[in-house]
Design a protein. Structure first.
Ligand code: AHG
Ligand code: MN
Ligand code: MN
Ligand code: MN
Length: 316
């Protein structure tokens, strides 16, 4: 290799999706178009986020107000990007966003067969300090292609999703998302991730579980090996780390939204061999009562989530 160690045999997301699509006889290509619209939105959002950080650095004396405003602006801007790109893909019917109180029903002339629930910018309270943030999305296919999209096309349990994803990092060198883990399996490290400042609100099962991680019984050599604590405060980052390194991510209080935070991450974690639960039931089996409905969530290594479920059964 004359150019050193630069890896040039890469697979871009566009390539990957096209190759996957070709393996399905009868695929219309509609889902690929939807995913393409999401990808393009994420590139654009990522650009806006980078520019905003630069502006904050320049305006360091600007005070709290400006920072809060810019955070809000980025949430709204990201939302507009997602909505317009998805509408103009001509393949969507119903859109649910964290930033819109009501579901959006796509006009007849742009309507397609897919419904998306998304968090345009997750972890937006972290923007000003440069911590990783991103986008989360879940995709459903309408129940009936013969009629207009309705709320019931998206107000469905997570297991009905046809795909889900999150976006966190783009290769800045070529401006593309690359395939890095062709057969992603969740890691095995002993890490727990939770906002422990909320400990007073935890159910007895969660209190007992977290305690057991910090004060494990000594092993046969008399050594203590407690879990490591890691908490970014952006779900995308905390789940991304859990996927790569392993462990367990928890938000027991029920702050996170089912449709566009819990379900997509649950699908991804399950696909990688992990488990996601609300403590009592599999996350993907739950039915959201409303589009912004929230749930407690525990996701990560199977053994960890099973320990939590076991404690719920015992202590409920
Ligand atoms: P969002 O920025 O989309 O409103 O989501 C915030 C969520 C999520 O990113 C994160 O896991 C959680 O809020 C952090 O909450 P705490 O600050 O309560 O720990
Ligand atoms: Mn979020
Ligand atoms: Mn958000
Ligand atoms: Mn928010």
């Amino acid at each position: 290799k004359e150019h050193g160690e630069t890896k040039t045999d890469i697979v871009t997301i566009t390539n990957h999706i096209l190759m996957q699509q070709q393996q399905h006889a009868g695929a219309t290509g509609d889902l690929s178009i939807v995913i393409n619209a999401v990808t393009a939105s994420c590139k654009w959002i990522s650009n806006c986020v980078r520019k905003a950080e630069l502006m904050n650095v320049i305006g360091l004396t600007g005070g709290k107000n400006v920072q809060q405003e810019s955070v809000q602006k980025l949430d709204i801007l990201s939302n507009e990007i997602m909505i317009n790109m998805l509408k103009s893909s001509g393949r969507t019917a119903v859109l649910v966003s964290e930033e819109d109180d009501q579901a959006i029903f796509v006009e007849d002339n742009q309507r397609g067969h897919y419904c998306l629930a998304f968090d345009p910018l997750d972890g937006s309270s972290n923007i000003d300090c440069g911590v990783s943030i991103g986008t989360i999305f879940g995709i459903y296919h309408v129940l009936d292609t013969e009629r207009k999209g309705e709320l019931k096309d998206i107000l469905r349990s997570g297991k009905d999703m046809v795909a889900a994803g999150y976006c966190i990092t783009l290769d800045p060198n070529i401006g593309e998302f690359l395939l890095t883990h062709p057969k992603m399996r969740i890691g095995k490290k002993k890490i727990y991730s939770v906002n422990e400042g909320n400990a007073h609100t935890f159910d007895p099962a969660v209190k007992s579980y977290v305690h057991s991680l910090k004060f494990p019984p000594p092993n046969f050599e008399g050594k203590f090996t407690p879990y490591s604590a890691r908490y970014v405060g952006s779900m995308v980052s905390d789940v991304h780390r859990t996927l790569l390194y392993g462990g367990v991510f928890m938000y027991p209080g029920g702050k996170l939204r089912m449709l566009y935070e819990c379900f997509p991450m649950a699908l991804i974690i399950e696909a990688a061999g992990g488990k996601a639960s609300n403590g009592r039931q599999r996350m993907l089996d739950l039915l959201p009562p409303s589009i912004h409905a929230r749930s407690g969530i525990f996701l990560g290594n199977k053994e960890e989530v099973e320990k939590i479920e076991e404690l719920y059964r015992k202590l409920d």
